[in-house]
Unconditional design. Sequence first.
Length: 163
Amino acid sequence: MAERKSLADLGQAMGVAPAAGAAAPAAPAKPKLDAQGRAYATGRRKDATSRVWVKRGKGRITVNGKPIETYFARPVLRMLVQQPLVTANRASELDVECTVAGGGLSGQAGAVRHGLARALTYFEPELRAALKKAGFLTRDPRMVERKKYGHPKARRSFQFSKR
């Protein structure tokens, strides 16, 4: 009995032809755009959910119909939202429109960032590797811990009295 060195040898011995698409390189992914030429994605963080549309433009970002400077007044939150665009070097080439609901401002900024990164991968699939390496495509699973009965908060206990 002959010794098998690879899966191809085993496939030949079993009489199975190698798959035609296995040797050919994968075709580049096509952009997923709607009729207006926009890419759409949903982002989530804590209790916040955002819907994000990306299209060609001058670099304007609007959140719930307001400019980003008005909606996210803190510079840290604006920086958080713009991270995917800066990483992809598309900050001045794309317009971003988004709606966000639920949670607080920090969670909403994280939701917009997640949705924007996903929308960028639909708009330009070749950006996926850079955005994934930076960690923008991963949904942050951390949620608020539930309050337990007999405690004032999730882990806080009432003051202990010895006597």
